[in-house]
Design a protein around this ligand. Sequence first.
Ligand SMILES: Nc1nc2nc(S)n(CCO)c2c(=O)[nH]1
Length: 159
Amino acid sequence: MNTAYLSIGTNMGDREEFLRLAIGSLSATAGIESVETSSIYETVPVGVTDQADFLNIVVRVKTVLEPLQLLAECQRIEQELGRVRTIRWGPRTADLDILLYNTEIIDSKTLSVPHPRMRERAFVLIPLTEIAPECIDPITGRLFREESVMQEDGVVLWK
Ligand SMILES: Nc1nc2nc(S)n(CCO)c2c(=O)[nH]1
C-alpha cells in the first residue's frame, strides 16, 4: 500500500461543494483505499492574484495506484468537476495536485514529485503539516514544518 498527499484547491462556484465532490470522487476511485482530509482553509490566491480567494485542503490517500495512474485519476476528477484549462493559474472549479508519493522523487515531463512549488505555498504547507506534522521532505531529509518558511498570512481556517 502506498501513501500519497494531494492538494485540492477551488475558487469558483460553491467552493465547499466542489471540495466535497472531489473528496467523494477520490474515495470512490478503484485503487484508492482511504482518504483522510485536513481542515478547510480559505486562502488568498497565489500566482494570479486578481481572482477569488480559494478554499484549500490537503488529503492523505492510501492507494495501490502507481503515480501516473493516480495522476490520471486526479485529472479525471478535475474534468468531471468542470475544470476548463483556459487561463493558466486562473480560476478553477477544482485543482488536484500530487504533492508527495511515499518518499519517491519523480521528475518526468508529466509529473514532478515532490510538487516543485509546494515549499513556497502556505496554502499547501499549513494543511499538510496539520495532518502530517512529521512529514519529511524526501529531497532534503528535513521536516517540511521546519524547513519551509510558512508565511501564515493569507491562510485562514475556514472550518
Ligand atoms: N491560494 C491559492 N492560490 C493558488 N494559485 C493557484 S494557481 N492555485 C491552484 C493550485 O495550483 C492556488 C490554490 O489552490 N490556492
